[in-house]
Design a protein around this ligand. Sequence first.
Ligand code: CA2
Length: 156
Amino acid sequence: MRRELLLLHGPNLNLLGTREPDVYGTTTLADINAACEQTASAYGVGLRAVQSNHEGALVDALHDARGWALGVVINAGAYTHTSIALRDAISAVKLPTVEVHLSNVHARESFRHQSMIAPVCVGVVAGFGWRSYILGVEALLGHLGIARDALSTSGQ
Ligand code: CA2
């Protein structure tokens, strides 16, 4: 049985940790990938990370994931706000997808307030820096019924 997630990163996120640390922090993309891999592996789930600066390559990665992934965690970067192609791809592949952002997009410029992809995602995590990704992986695993998806009413 396939037990892997796709972690998909959009444009400029390859620069993480090297530029604009005041906005995006000092953590690198490699650090984030490793932390997400560790989070998923605690549940016996693997993780493949892909980054591209090209919209079509991100669409291709989503199509490819149809063949092997349980679900997707995506930071589509600036394409979040513009890409009908990514929205259509997420809809088409029918894999549960969680949108994540490092920054709180709602506290920034108004053009970042709209997400093209949020309506076809299971949910959105934004504003927690690198932790948004960990929370996104946890949320996706919960949605898939792999991580805890309900609070226990017995015990503490
Ligand atoms: O907060 C996020 O995660 C964003 O998806 C980041 C995008 C931005 O366009 C979205 O509105 C919100 C930008 C990613 C740029 O990443 C950089 C990393 C280091 C240095 C410069 C840019």
